[in-house]
Design a protein around this ligand. Sequence first.
Ligand code: BG6
Length: 369
Amino acid sequence: DKGGWSSFMAKEINEQPEAVENTVRGRVVDGLVDIPELSALGDDRLREIDRIIIIACGTASYAGQVGSYAIEQWARIPVEVQLSHEFRYRDPVLSDRTMVISVSQSGETMDTLMAVKYAIERGVTTVSVCNTQSATIPRESDAAVYTHAGPEVAVASTKAFTAQITALYLIGLHLGRVRGTLSAEASAEAVQQFAELPEKMREAVATHEQIAQLAHWMADTRSVLFLGRHVGYPIALEGALKLKEIAYIHAEGFAAGELKHGPIALIDHGQPVFVLVPSPRTAPLMHSKVVSNIQEIRARGARVIAIVEVGDTAVLPYADDVIRLPLADALFEPLLEVVPLQWFALELSTAKGLDVDQPRNLAKSVTVE
Ligand code: BG6
């Protein structure tokens, strides 16, 4: 049941504030993050972990990339992200102090399941971030941290993605608490950010109208670029993947700092570029660098669509369109920034007369390797 929406994807984009709320629910006790499924592994085991590898495919791998920044910051454990289907072929360096966290909405993606089985055979601790109750991957893993986003029907993942980021953040906060690397202030600040998140996400969802107009004017676009820095980088990759998946438009995401090392050659007159602009309050250095990037591409004729936090006026002289999002701590910006990009893909797909929920050649869950 689409609940009055034109597509499941539209419904699921709209459900994100509740999805992230449900992922957090029951996992904050007396102002501290406590995930019972991780506690069950034993604090000693969690304290011994010296390396985390996140494995996933597609959108879930971008959630993993966003999560890697937060886990490193809060738990001070080195985290790397690998595509599931690449993982075992590199003969990865694993030990009993390694934790492998798989991220999968369906919990049935064969590439990810095979990577998890490989990890289990090598004696590492396996944690599954999954949205589907009792799916194969969480059943095989040592611990399952469910996202509780509710069933996701559209092939293109939206609410499962933001819930996956949320779950990975909770894991980072849990590990940071147990290992003593997380200060009381940082912990309280993150818990406060989670409390404010649903309302801010509702404001991000409300960008729909503005995005729909933008997409209307861009219906003939043949290529779109996305730039981001830090946690905005995987969001740029996700914005591009969404366009490929459901609007069949060539799109690429880049780390903004990489622009000058090659991709800037792609910039030509009228080339649309979405830029995820870090907050000038919480990340002034990154903010000024990204504003310079915008100036560079604008000087070469790019059509700049800037996604900024409300009150950031530095980009106004150089942006053709500005999408404003509520203030949030740097690590929480991705959970807001991705929403207008989801709407953009949906609206461009609709403008092209495509079925947004059932894109050609794709399946919700790929159960072959
Ligand atoms: C792809 C889907 O095949 O699988 C993507 O098209 C999805 O949308 C990816 O992100 C991973 O799926 P899952 O269920 O493992 O999260």
